[in-house]
Design a protein around this ligand. Structure first.
Ligand code: 3VV
Length: 214
């Protein structure tokens, strides 16, 4: 392993004091170190986005990533059994398609947290890609839509207003609010702040699924 490859494998410095030590999933213990693995993959995506590697490092990284894919392929499961996207207390639900969202406080009507968009989510000029922000809101508001014992629902619309730029590699604040419900229609809104500065806000309609609706 050469020096540049060692940098990729360096221990993760990001830590989350809010993360529980153990978590169960579908009544089973989550494999030890699972969320650390997800954090390492996030780190890899950030490094990948920011790197202009030598041909030698491209070759060795390609080989290593192919080996990792093959190792995970041996453990492929159907959707109901997958961990990614289902660990409610893990950053971003352990789903690396989205940013590392940490929920701090939640009740039936409100949710607050922190999010950090890494280099992987860069649009340009140090600013988060405009497409990554709706992802964040869909996830955040979608979780709150499920709160308070409410039935499963689906996003019918999601309207995002970009009020000011959201920087990458910065801890941003998020908040979600359950505004009201009209029959199956649940109206929610969310905000994204950098300090006191509003970066983006969203309004959304989630429609509760009818019994038997998939
Ligand atoms: C095993 C354990 C796991 C545990 C996990 C724990 C961790 C946390 C877990 C999870 C967090 C989840 C966080 C992510 C959440 C993400 C959510 C998504 O992204 S969902 C994907 C994107 N959305 C779609 O693909 C929808 C596609 N559209 C549809 O399926 C339908 O259009 C649907 C269901 C939205 C509505 O269809 P209809 O046939 O059921 O109902 P109709 O009659 O059309 O609408 C009902 C009412 O809503 C209004 N409506 C519908 N769409 C509207 C729109 N776009 N604008 C305005 N009004 C609309 C209608 O006008 C109607 O209103 P009137 O009752 O007449 O007053």
């Amino acid at each position: 392993m050469d020096d540049e490859a060692i940098v990729l494998a360096a221990p993760l410095v990001r830590t989350d004091p809010h993360r529980p030590d153990t978590e169960t999933w579908l009544g089973r213990p989550v494999p030890e170190g699972y969320t650390d693995m997800i954090d390492q993959v996030r780190e890899l995506l950030d490094r990948l986005a920011g790197a202009a590697p030598s041909a030698e490092v491209v070759r060795s990284t390609t080989k290593t990533v192919a080996e990792l894919s093959a190792a995970l392929a041996a453990y492929e499961v159907d959707e109901p059994d997958q961990l990614s996207g289902r660990l409610g207390s893990a950053a971003g639900r352990a789903q690396v398609a989205g940013p590392a969202l940490h929920v701090d406080e939640v009740d039936d009507e409100r949710m607050t947290g922190r999010v950090r968009f890494g280099r992987h989510f860069l649009g340009s000029n140090g600013v988060v890609h405009g497409g990554a922000i709706p992802y964040l809101f869909d996830d955040l508001l979608g979780r709150l839509a499920l709160g308070g014992g409410r039935p499963r629902s689906r996003t019918a619309y999601l309207h995002v207003d970009y009020r000011s730029v959201a920087p990458i590699d910065t801890e941003l604040r998020v908040a979600a609010f359950f505004d009201r419900e009209e029959g199956r229609k649940h109206f929610l809104r969310g905000t994204l702040h950098d300090g006191d500065r509003l970066c983006a806000e969203a309004t959304a309609l989630f429609v509760a699924l009818n019994p038997g609706q998939t």
